[in-house]
Design a protein around this ligand. Structure first.
Ligand code: NAD
Length: 473
C-alpha cells in the first residue's frame, strides 16, 4: 500500500569521526541551560508534534518500504502513537516539572524548621538507541520524555530500517533545535563510537544480547542505563477461558507487525483437554482476518530482512513439534504465514528462542500449576504475560509469576496505553517510560534543604562541644 510519490534520501551512515563532535555539541548546549526553560521545552514538543503531522507521508512510505507495514498499522503504532505522547507531555509538563515542597510525613519533626523540596532537574545529555521493529515509535517516544525533562538528546535509529532512519534524521535536522538534538545513523561501529562518549543516561531498546554490551560499556563510566529488552513471553489458557476470544486475540498479537513485537507471546501453555478446540478457533480466526489468505493481505507486514527470515525459518526447520496452523513462507517476499506449532518439550527450538516473528508454539499441560512451573523454567522474568482463564486463575498467574507488564484475557493490551509506565523486570529490562514515567526516566529528583539562620537558636545542639558528651547511656 505505497503512498504517493514521496522521496526519501538514500541511507547514509554518520562518519564515525564526526560522532565526538556531535556528542560535544549536545553536551555544550546542555551547559547553556537553554533546554531547562519549560516554555522552550514546550515549543520543542510542539515542533515535534507538527513535524510528525507534516512528515506523515514520508513516514508511512518508509514504514511500507522497510517493513511492509500497512498505513493503518503505521498510523496506530508509530505516527499517531508519538503524536499522542507529545500531546500528553504538552498537557502535563508544567505539572510534572514543578518542584515538590515536602510536608509531613516526608519531613520529620526534627527537620521541620527547614524548607525541604524536590527539584525536577534534567539528567543532562542522553543517548537513545532504537531497534528495528517499531523504528520510529521506539526512538521518538523516549525522546519525547527526554525533551520534556529538559535534556539534550542524540538518537541512533536501527540500520535495519534505513528508510525510517533517514526520515527520522530529516525530521530532527529540519524541525528541531540542531544544537540540542541530533541523529547518528549507522550500525555497530557508530554505536560503539557513541558509547565511547560520556552520557548522563543511555536509553536502549533492543535484544538482551546487545543490551548486555551496552550496560557493560556504560558501567565503565558509571552511566545509568534504561534497558528495554525482549523476552520469551508466555500466554496461559485454561479450560475456563473463552477459547474463541483467546485464539483471536493471540493470533492478533502475531499478525501485528508480523509478530515482530517484543511483547507478543512466544508460547501458549494450554490445558490439554481444550487444545483441539483452541487450534480450531485459531483456524477460524485466520479465515476471518485473512479471507483471501495471509499472503494476499495488504495488512500483513513482512520480516525485516533475509537474516531474520532465515532465523525464523531455522526455528521452524529444527522444531520437533507439529505445525498445526500456517507454515508457508516465501523468501523472495520475506513473507511468513502466521504459524502455530504444537510442541511437547521445553528444549524445542520453538520454546528456547525468542521468536520475534509470526510464529509461536502451543504446549499442552495438565494443570495451571504445571504451566506456571514450565514458564518459570523458560524465562523467570519475561517482558509480558497473558492469562486467559477464570478470575481466580488469572489472579493465581499474576501472584505466582512476575513479568514487566501483564494483560488478562487479551494479548499485550497493557502496552498500548500511552499514559502508564512500560518496561521490563529482571533480565527483560531495567526502568520504564511512557506517560509520566517518560518524564521521570530522564529526570533527576534533587532534594534541596534550606535552613533559616534563626533556627540555630533551636538546633545549636548539633555543634561541638556536645553538651551531651558526658551523657551515660
Ligand atoms: P538489536 O539489539 O539487534 O539492535 C538494537 C540496536 O543496537 C540497533 O540500533 C543496533 O544498531 C544496535 N546494535 C546491534 N548490535 C550491536 C552491537 N554488537 N554493539 C552495539 N550496538 C549494536 O535489536 P533488534 O534486532 O533491532 O530488535 C529486536 C530485539 O529488541 C528483540 O529482542 C526484542 O524483543 C527487543 N525489543 C524490545 C522492546 C522493549 O520495549 N522491551 C521493544 C522492541 C524490541
Amino acid at each position: 500500500m505505497a503512498t504517493s510519490k514521496v522521496t526519501i534520501p538514500e541511507f547514509q551512515t554518520t562518519p564515525v569521526d564526526a560522532i565526538p563532535g556531535i556528542a560535544a555539541t549536545a553536551r555544550n548546549t546542555f551547559k547553556t541551560h537553554k533546554t531547562k526553560d519549560i516554555q522552550w521545552r514546550l515549543v520543542q514538543l510542539r515542533k515535534l508534534y507538527w513535524a510528525f503531522e507534516d512528515f506523515k507521508p514520508q513516514m508511512l512510505e518508509a514504514l511500507q518500504r522497510d517493513l511492509h507495514k500497512s498505513q493503518f498499522e503505521s498510523l496506530l503504532t508509530e505516527v499517531d502513537w508519538v503524536k499522542n505522547d507529545c500531546m500528553f507531555m504538552i498537557q502535563h509538563l508544567e505539572t510534572f516539572a514543578k518542584s515538590e515542597k515536602l510536608k509531613a510525613p516526608h519531613v520529620p519533626i526534627t527537620h521541620s524548621l527547614m524548607n525541604l523540596h524536590i527539584r525536577k532537574e534534567p539528567m543532562g545529555t542522553v543517548l537513545i538507541i532504537g531497534p528495528y521493529n517499531y523504528p520510529i515509535q521506539l526512538l521518538l517516544a523516549p525522546m519525547v520524555g527526554a525533551i520534556a525533562a529538559g535534556c539534550t538528546v542524540v538518537i541512533k535509529p536501527s540500520e535495519l530500517t534505513p528508510n525510517c532512519a533517514m526520515v527520522i534524521k530529516q525530521v530532527i535536522e529540519e524541525r528541531m533545535d540542531p544544537d540540542a538534538y541530533a541523529v547518528v545513523n549507522g550500525a555497530i561501529p557508530e554505536t560503539n563510537a557513541l558509547m565511547n562518549e560520556k552520557w548522563d543516561k543511555v536509553f536502549f531498546t533492543g535484544s538482551a544480547q546487545v543490551g548486555t554490551i551496552i550496560a557493560k560499556k556504560a558501567a565503565e563510566t558509571l552511566t545509568p542505563v534504561c534497558l528495554e529488552l525482549g523476552g520469551k513471553n508466555p500466554a496461559f489458557v485454561t479450560k475456563n477461558a473463552n477459547l474463541a476470544l483467546a485464539a483471536r486475540r493471540l493470533l492478533w498479537s502475531k499478525t501485528m507487525n508480523a509478530g515482530q513485537v517484543c511483547m507478543s507471546q512466544n508460547y501458549v501453555l494450554i490445558e490439554r483437554e481444550v487444545v483441539d478446540t483452541f487450534i480450531q478457533q485459531l483456524h477460524n480466526s485466520m479465515k476471518e482476518m485473512f479471507p483471501n489468505g495471509a499472503k494476499a493481505s495488504p495488512d500483513l507486514a513482512r520480516i525485516v530482512n533475509k537474516r531474520h527470515f532465515q532465523r525464523l525459518k531455522k526455528m521452524l526447520d529444527e522444531t520437533n513439534g507439529k505445525i498445526v496452523m500456517g507454515g508457508s513462507m516465501d523468501e523472495s517476499e520475506l513473507y511468513i504465514e502466521p504459524t502455530a506449532v504444537l510442541v511437547n518439550s521445553t528444549h524445542d527450538t520453538m520454546m528456547m528462542e525468542e521468536s520475534f516473528g509470526p510464529i509461536f508454539s502451543i504446549y499442552p499441560v495438565d494443570s495451571l500449576d504445571e504451566a506456571l512451573g514450565i514458564a518459570d523454567g523458560v524465562h523467570r522474568t519475561p517482558l509480558s504475560l497473558f492469562s486467559f482463564g477464570s478470575k481466580t486463575e488469572n489472579m493465581k498467574v499474576l501472584n505466582e509469576m512476575t513479568s514487566g507488564g501483564a494483560t488478562l484475557n487479551d494479548a499485550y493490551f497493557h502496552g498500548s496505553v500511552n499514559t502508564v509506565p512500560f518496561g521490563g523486570v529482571g533480565d527483560s529490562g531495567w526502568g520504564a517510560y511512557r506517560g509520566k514515567a517518560s518524564f521521570d526516566c530522564f529526570t533527576h529528583c534533587r532534594t534541596v534543604a534550606d535552613t533559616p539562620g534563626w533556627a540555630d537558636r533551636l538546633i545549636r545542639v548539633r555543634y561541638m562541644p556536645f553538651s551531651f558528651s558526658e551523657m551515660r547511656l
